[in-house]
Design a protein around this ligand. Structure first.
Ligand SMILES: Nc1nc2c(ncn2[C@@H]2O[C@H](COP(=O)(O)OP(=O)(O)O)[C@@H](O)[C@H]2O)c(=O)[nH]1
Ligand SMILES: [Mg+2]
Length: 188
């Protein structure tokens, strides 16, 4: 049987855990270019609530995960900063879906990503990255705040945890498959 390669996007605002997510789940070392946050970029990148963050991804988070003998997922993280918006259209080419990571301390950081995938009708799951301990909101509160449609799955994850990230991706693949005919998947 031919191998299916499935392209997925890992999106979300700056500091929501994209680089961590791709790194925890990938079988290959993530191809990531991190740049130390300098005084100059502090003014540009929004670090409210994540003052401990010391590096910022300037290029691309890329990872791979084999889920069965014949299905390989390729992960592409979006650059979080607004100044890289132009890259999103290119990254989304051929992607069957996206994980949108959400930090409940800064929900607004993930609004643009949700809008982006809704407008283009790209299936996505919103994944609340738990960061420090329990999430203070319940599912309905988060759904309302994010204005998520009924059919958009919302789940909890820990981006540092391989299994948790893998479960999130599998949920996304299931959600996307439910909407797309399998023939549209690219084959290598
Ligand atoms: N405690 C905790 N910290 C996390 C988690 N996910 C990411 N981080 C930390 O949060 C910061 C931002 O994560 P990063 O992956 O760089 O975010 P990105 O900007 O979306 O790529 C980093 O310092 C991570 O180590 C998590 O689930 N729990
Ligand atoms: Mg990053």
């Amino acid at each position: 049987m031919a191998r299916k390669s499935v392209k997925l996007i890992v999106a979300g605002g700056f500091g929501t855990g994209k680089t961590t997510f791709v790194g925890s789940v990938s079988e290959i070392s993530p191809l990531t270019t991190e740049e130390n946050i300098t005084e100059a970029s502090v003014g540009v990148d929004d670090i409210r609530g994540i003052e401990g963050k010391r590096s910022t991804t300037v290029a691309l988070d890329f990872g791979r995960i084999t889920i069965t003998d014949d299905i390989v997922l390729y992960l592409f993280g979006t650059p979080g900063q607004d100044r890289f918006w132009f890259m999103w259209d290119e990254l989304s080419q051929g992607a069957i879906g996206a994980v949108v990571l959400v930090d409940t301390r800064r929900l607004d950081a993930s609004f643009p990503a949700i809008d982006y995938f809704e407008q283009r009708q790209i299936p996505f799951v919103a994944a609340v990255n738990k960061f420090y301990g329990e999430c203070p909101y319940d599912e309905d509160e988060i759904r309302n705040a994010l204005k998520l449609r009924q059919d958009a799955p919302l789940m909890w994850c820990d981006a540092r945890d391989r299994d948790s990230s893998a479960v999130t991706l599998i949920r996304l693949v299931e959600h996307a498959m439910a909407q797309l005919p399998v023939e549209t998947w690219s084959t290598v």
